[in-house]
Ligand binder design. Structure first.
Ligand code: SF4
Length: 121
């Protein structure tokens, strides 16, 4: 069973991308970067914001995910980074570097494929 932790940008998730619904819809439909789970037993076990600029708290936040979920015997097996983070974050490379260095599980860049190309047209 794959257990997915989605990480996004604190400044935008649930404010710009209301309810983080596009990540959840894409996962349920196995679209975008979730296509890899077609026919695979998988769940989203958490949606985590980065902790805010400049992303200094991301590693302690991952540790908190581990801590809070220990009594539940639930831990992520994969991390997915939302486009809110990739498309907007000026600290992206450093943030992803820290996540990759410390997570100890596979980190996939991307979630849903629904970013509109243009506002009009
Ligand atoms: S560090 Fe990046 S991802 Fe986090 S709030 Fe700031 S811009 Fe968004």
């Amino acid at each position: 069973m794959e257990k997915i932790l989605v990480i996004g940008c604190r400044n935008t998730m649930d404010d710009v991308c209301i309810g983080c619904s596009r990540c959840l819809v894409a996962f349920n439909r196995r679209e975008g970067e979730f296509k890899r789970y077609e026919g695979v037993d998988a769940e989203i076990m958490g949606i985590l914001n980065c902790g805010g600029c400049p992303g200094a708290s991301i590693v302690p936040r991952l540790a908190q995910v581990k801590l809070w979920n220990m009594p539940l015997d639930e831990q992520p097996t994969k991390i997915h980074l939302g486009p809110c983070l990739a498309d907007n974050c000026r600290y992206y490379d450093a943030l992803v570097g820290k996540i990759r260095a410390k997570a100890g599980i596979e980190v996939v860049e991307g979630t849903h494929p629904y970013m509109p190309a243009k506002v009009w047209g």
